[in-house]
Design a protein around this ligand. Sequence first.
Ligand SMILES: Cc1cc2nc3c(=O)[nH]c(=O)nc-3n(C[C@H](O)[C@H](O)[C@H](O)COP(=O)(O)OP(=O)(O)OC[C@H]3O[C@@H](n4cnc5c(N)ncnc54)[C@H](O)[C@@H]3O)c2cc1C
Length: 483
Amino acid sequence: MAAIIVGGGYSGLLAARTLLADSRFSGEIYLLEHSHTWGGLLGSTEHKEGGIFDHGFHVLQDTEISFLNKIMRSVLPDSAWLVKRGTEQEIRGLFAQGALQSSSPYCDLRSFTSTVQAAARADFYHNISQQSRKEFVGKLAVPPSAYAYLQQRFGEYIAKNILQAPLSKLFGKEASALHPYCCRLLPLDRIGLFSNAEITSLPLAYQAYVLATSETGLPPAHLAATRDRYYPHRYGMKFMIEAMLGQFPSQRVKLLSNTRVTQIHQHPSRGVDAIELAQPGHKTMLTNVDLLIWTGGIAPLARLLKVEAAQQFELEQGPRTTIVNLLFDRPDTLQGLCYAYCYEEDFTSFRLCSPANLCPDAVRRGLYPFTVETIQGVSAAQPTSPAALIKQVVAEAKQLGALHPSSQLRWAEVLPLGTGYPLPSLENIEAICQLRREVEALELSNLLMVGAMARDNLFFQNDVFTHCYQQVDNFMSFTKGRS
Ligand SMILES: Cc1cc2nc3c(=O)[nH]c(=O)nc-3n(C[C@H](O)[C@H](O)[C@H](O)COP(=O)(O)OP(=O)(O)OC[C@H]3O[C@@H](n4cnc5c(N)ncnc54)[C@H](O)[C@@H]3O)c2cc1C
């Protein structure tokens, strides 16, 4: 049996690892990647002077499937992982209205003015009564957009005046044109607004909408995720990716980088039958394909399968993420947070990350790394040169209090990310789902679509990896039976 996996990001590597861990699979694997590097969005870069930086903030998380957890964790020995459990995981915060909120990644309105708080509360309670009535008569609709989601959860005032701005900042679009999932991505699905007593007096369903910080006296478990997060002790996702690649037995896994799929041939009964590959200078045909696992996005797959709607189709591009990696002579002042979002509308910074707060090994030669994820193309006042962008993000970090005023910058680089997530606009998501349905209608029994949006509401890294594992496992069970 021969399996072809398209895409050398974490999903592709995980699919290969899952096949290798399955005693029912004994064939060869061709792992194809169209760039010259492996790891996809979980990449890192290495510089002679600056050292290693991940492309923004990344951490892995346990899933609900213990065998999958074993596959993911067994890349490194147990002692090589830094494991964050329970309340230790609350490693995220945010800057809003000039202050750092360090107790949670959700927006806490209790640091806003009393006028804002009063208006937000009044509208929140009004909304609850409206919602309860609609729920009672069975008329509570699934929110059609991110804005509708926020409005349904928190009321008009909070949606309009507080939470829609960070969404527009990140995605460069009105919240009414974005998919509701964006609200979980940031995350905006809870808010801080009430005291402990007020929270416990809310109807039970609405207690999940609001935040209880340690200040309110509720146990920290109210906030903490139940599954462990983990990151290698040695800083740099690249080492984990290299470890995965190094563990593939070379006689069974053929690693083909700089390789593009140029044609997919279908057979009426066999499904995907052959694949044409283009590498610099030559083309090859892989025949007798038993399994094709596609992690490279639905639209390019649909195009190769000659789905008509895909031929003219272009996804709307979102604003580009540009990473600014910095080294300072002293630690940041993010109060131990691994990262903090920046909701300030006029700031070009979107997420300020402290690699050393996640992984102490990130400190190099006595210098402290600091990474700012910026969103390009949203604000008109954005700097146009790398040097100006560096100057601006350093000034913003100091103004926010994320860096000490006398921190000295020792090294910096600007890294525009070439690949990114598809813009989660309603239009894009609808179009991708439509293309996926058309690919499914071809009934190619040996084609597995995995990766973001390979099924409805599949966006989050952990869900993507779980789905990837399940697809491969189900396929093997179906073709070879349970062992
Ligand atoms: C800065 C940043 C922050 C993030 N933060 C979060 C977060 O907080 N929470 C979260 O859930 N997720 C987050 N993510 C997303 C997360 O990194 C991804 O969900 C995950 O890495 C996806 O892995 P993947 O392998 O499915 O896709 P990718 O990493 O995109 O890998 C796909 C690979 O396929 C290759 N490829 C594409 N098309 C082809 C083709 N035709 N032929 C050959 N190869 C092809 C690409 O080059 C790429 O290497 C973040 C991403 C970034 C960049």
